[in-house]
Design a protein. Structure first.
Length: 252
């Protein structure tokens, strides 16, 4: 039974990951910036309200994990925000920095404090949530795309640096995922492009060879696999769970 930490696990992909690991019999510890989201989680899950970009809070979290569990087997570095949807000339530096901070620095801090626990055990798996935006450019999504490309570089470095200690690192790149967060993206993108929400949705869906959005459980299933011994020699990989994205936005 593995000890698994999922950041931003109060809803969406993170919650699906927690449910997947719990269903497979593992212990789960979920963080989220929203205490309200954590209050709605199943009984028996450990939870901590923490901002993924707050180093003092993250450091305290991992100290608590060490005291409570004695170590950590799997880190799902999942914290992220969509950021602004706007032309590059209309993006405020403050909004850019916030998006990059949550998506990139949040991953960095989680890995920074997870690494010593995993090194002590000479084993571990770090699963980073990126996006197909980390593989393709998306018009009007500069901060998000930049951060999601960056976490892939971070993961590649972690795989090389931590591999000698028996620690694996991989990235999952979700495509368009059904749910409230993607609905917000669709609405903002539609407004930015002068299109309807349904037109933007159709553009995303038709850009995949399977012609559909994915579900959060599809991402969770891959995370559980990457955290398991079945993937014991899978490291440094960028794995898209997206129905095969051929052209992310053909209507642009």
């Amino acid at each position: 039974m593995s000890r698994v930490l999922i950041t931003a696990g109060g809803s969406g992909i993170g919650r699906a990951m927690a449910e997947g690991f719990a269903a497979a019999g593992h212990q789960v510890w979920v963080t989220d910036v929203s205490a309200v989201a954590l209050a709605d989680l199943p009984e028996g899950w450990r939870t901590t309200a923490v901002d993924a970009t707050d180093e003092a809070g993250v450091k305290a979290l991992f100290a608590e994990i060490a005291d409570t569990w004695g170590g950590l087997d799997v880190l799902c570095a999942n914290a992220g925000i969509a950021g602004p949807t706007a032309r590059i000339e209309d993006i405020a530096l403050e909004d850019w920095r916030k998006c990059v901070s949550v998506n990139l620095e949040g991953c960095f801090l989680a890995a920074k404090y997870a690494a010593p626990l995993m090194k002590a055990a000479k084993a571990g798996s770090i699963v980073v949530t990126s996006s197909t935006a980390g593989q393709y450019g998306y018009p009007n999504r500069a901060p998000y795309c930049s951060a999601k490309w960056a976490v892939i570089g971070l993961m590649k470095t972690l795989a090389m640096e931590l591999g000698p200690f028996g620690i694996r690192a991989n990235v999952i790149c979700p495509g368009a995922v059904e749910g409230p967060r993607m609905e917000g993206v669709l609405e903002r993108e539609a407004a930015a492009k002068g299109m309807t929400r349904d037109e933007v949705y159709a553009g995303y869906a038709s850009g995949t060879s399977m012609g559909r959005f994915v579900e959060a459980r599809d991402i969770a299933n891959m995370a559980v696999l990457l955290g398991s011994d079945a993937a014991r020699l899978v490291s440094g990989q960028v794995i898209a769970v997206d129905g095969h994205t051929e052209n992310p936005d053909p209507k642009v």
